[in-house]
Design a protein around this ligand. Structure first.
Ligand SMILES: NC(=O)C1=CN([C@@H]2O[C@H](COP(=O)(O)OP(=O)(O)OC[C@H]3O[C@@H](n4cnc5c(N)ncnc54)[C@H](O)[C@@H]3O)[C@@H](O)[C@H]2O)C=CC1
Ligand SMILES: CC(=O)C(=O)O
Ligand SMILES: [Mg+2]
Length: 618
């Protein structure tokens, strides 16, 4: 048995909530003497008994001693798997500094190195998610059963982020190493929207990789084979999703970082059959629409005069553009064909036109231009000159694609209005330009958002400090998941996603607006997530799709009616609903007493119960 345990390579699972070990490991040096005594831990911990804030201070000191971001990532992963309560205290109290470590940009590097930095912790107490090789899909029932046995009763997952690692951020096919993304996204679910960490399930479909350096890497931990053909992919993926859906019927499924064709394919197959959404298509569309609404309000020209050039026509580019079309149609009453005509795309082969001579991928057809005559812009420079855009949106994975000369042209074209420039590719090494470049080249007039967090910029002439917007789906997917987990809609509709985007735009404070910011400050993310989740719940009830009677009744009572099918997705919700949503958010314990109380099974665990009755002190 000991041998088996030592051969495991999984990292620590937070669950097993009934275990006294969990209390001991999450309390550590905060364990009172009486408890140490009852749990036979006397002498096994340093004598000082301290409070959680002292532990947090020590953890922060240790974090700051790490000289590289990857070392910080490894330290934080270790802390999460050792003491999840302390980990989330640290994250929540230092979100601005820590989000770029547990998420983009560092998570990109961590994924590339995943097989090398993998921690040595043993299952079944140490499981950080499901690794499902394509060779084991026939045994998916057994895998799910093993997972169920590794968790405490009542900890069935309510949310999963699932990837096959085929398009991790803008870094390409990372195979099984992509597991870092579901793990990272679910940390944001907890931090940003208060999902219970014990009920979050990261999953990687280990379906092989076409990246030779991983196949050749002796430490690579995934299966060593090439990716399957489409039909084999869909058969295997469908079997896994069917089994997961059968085992956990109300679990919210977030598809993440699948290569673009499969991202669209899986969404179409599953969106009406299970509670699911695709973060790269819908989440990105949602968050960019939220920021774009604010940008259009500040740009200084009417919305219908916008000329929007997308660089990159993948799942993210097309997902965002479709949300923006909906916005122009729904909010501004522009007919769909006219709204669509406000958009141009450039991909790796140049401007996307119906007559450029290649067979366009299905997802690009909707936006292909038909009015270009003989013009076929082959480069971005040519397309910029041809379109004279008011807005330039990058989802291309091409680092520095927005050269200084392109940024300067955006400034020239937009002298009477402010140019909108969103370099949204992740991580930083793929971003189309930096905040500093965009500010400098546009006389500091740019309305800016980026996928990765960039540093603030100090305007040299005035000393004014400008904060860049982060147009990253992290602002919305946690709230969409929370809202879905609470009100249990039959499915996620585009109008629900639209309502969340509107709520995001509505969530800016007067100060944030006055400073010209497009997104709320990250320190307010939980408050904003509560608003966004309330908007999703309200919209789900209006559409008659919410299934949780409590939330249906609550929204109906606010609205004075039972449901308004197909109501306008305005992102509004009744006062009080967001604070009610907040009550469902998980927060780490502040002290030992709260920690004990927060572990529902703790008191019933046989060891704890017998220790308690023996000592009368627990
Ligand atoms: N900010 C955010 O919240 C999000 C950002 N992203 C980022 O968006 C990027 C793209 O993701 P997907 O659309 O899923 O990937 P994808 O690989 O499907 O799309 C990339 C697109 O860029 C085009 N492209 C490649 N080289 C080009 C060039 N030299 N010039 C112009 N276009 C070029 C490709 O033809 C393709 O259309 C990634 O970096 C990803 O990290 C994705 C989701 C969310
Ligand atoms: C942010 C995100 O989901 C991506 O870059 O893929
Ligand atoms: Mg993604």
């Amino acid at each position: 048995m000991a041998l088996e345990t030592n051969s495991g390579t999984s990292s620590a699972r937070r669950s097993r909530s009934g275990s006294p070990d969990l209390v001991a490991s999450n309390a550590g040096t905060a364990l009172p003497y009486a408890t140490r005594s009852a749990l036979h831990l006397k002498g096994l911990v340093p004598s000082g008994v301290e409070d959680f804030s002292a532990q947090e201070q020590r953890a922060l000191e240790q974090l700051n001693m790490k000289s590289t971001s990857l070392e910080k990532y490894i330290f934080l992963s270790w802390l999460r798997t050792t003491n999840i309560n302390l980990f989330y205290r640290l994250v929540l109290h230092n979100l601005r500094e820590i989000a770029p470590v547990i998420y983009t940009p560092t998570v990109g590097q961590a994924c590339q190195e995943y097989s090398h930095i993998y921690p040595f912790l043993a299952p079944p107490n140490a499981v950080d998610g499901l690794y499902i090789p394509i060779t084991e899909v026939d045994n998916i029932g057994e895998i799910i059963q093993n997972y169920k046995e590794s968790i405490a009763e009542g900890d069935e997952p309510e949310i999963t982020v699932i990837t096959d690692g085929s398009r991790i951020l803008g870094l390409g096919d990372l195979g099984m190493n992509g597991m870092g993304i579901p793990v990272g996204k679910l940390q944001l679910y907890v931090a940003a929207a208060g999902l219970n960490p014990d009920r979050c399930l990261p999953i990687v479909l280990d379906f092989g990789t076409d990246t030779q350096r991983y196949l050749d890497d002796p430490l690579y931990l995934g299966i060593r084979q090439h990716r399957p053909e489409d039909s084999e992919f869909y058969t295997a993926a469908d079997r896994v999703i069917e089994a997961l859906h059968a085992a956990f019927p109300s679990m919210f499924i977030q598809f993440e970082d699948f290569s673009t064709d499969h991202a669209f394919g899986l969404l179409e197959r599953w969106r009406n059959k299970a509670l699911c959404f695709n973060d790269d298509i819908q989440g990105t569309g949602c968050v960019i629409l939220g920021g774009f609404i604010s940008a259009v309000e500040q740009a200084g020209i009417p919305a219908r005069d916008q000329r929007i050039l997308f660089v990159g026509a993948g799942s993210a580019g097309v997902g965002v553009a479709k949300q923006l079309v909906d916005y122009f149609v729904i909010e501004h009453g522009i007919p769909e064909e006219e709204a669509k005509a406000m958009f141009w795309f450039v991909d790796s082969r140049g401007m996307v036109t119906a007559n450029r001579g290649d067979r366009l991928a299905e997802h690009k057809v909707y936006f292909a231009r038909h009015d270009n005559g003989d013009a076929q812009c082959k480069t971005l420079e040519d397309a910029v000159e041809y379109v004279k855009p008011t807005a330039l949106i990058g989802l291309s994975t091409i680092h520095k694609a927005f050269s200084e000369s392109i940024l300067a042209r955006m400034n020239d074209f937009n002298q009477t209005a402010r140019p909108i420039i969103f370099p949204l590719s992740n991580p930083e090494t793929k971003a189309e330009c930096s905040f500093e470049e965009a500010m400098r080249c546009t006389d500091n007039r740019v309305l800016f958002a980026s996928g990765t967090a960039f540093p603030d910029y100090t305007v040299p002439e005035t000393g004014e400090v400008k904060v860049p917007g982060q147009g990253n789906n992290m602002y919305v997917f946690p709230a969409i998941g929370l809202g879905a987990v609470l009100c249990k809609p039959e499915r996620i509709t585009d109008t629900m996603v639209f309502a969340v985007a509107k709520a995001l735009a509505n969530s800016l404070t007067e100060d944030e607006r006055a400073r010209g910011e497009l997104y709320p400050r990250i320190e307010r993310i939980r408050e904003v997530s509560a608003d966004l989740a309330a908007a999703l719940i309200t919209q789900a009830v209006r559409e008659g799709l919410a299934q949780d009677a409590q939330w249906v009744a609550r929204v109906a009572q606010d609205a004075g009616e039972s449901a308004v099918a197909g109501a306008h997705p305005d992102g509004r919700f009744a006062p009080g609903l967001a604070s009610e949503v907040s009550k469902y958010m998980w927060t780490p314990a502040e002290n030992y007493e709260q920690l004990r109380a927060s572990l529902p099974h703790y008191h019933h665990h046989p060891v704890v119960a017998s220790a308690a009755s023996a000592a009368g002190k627990l």
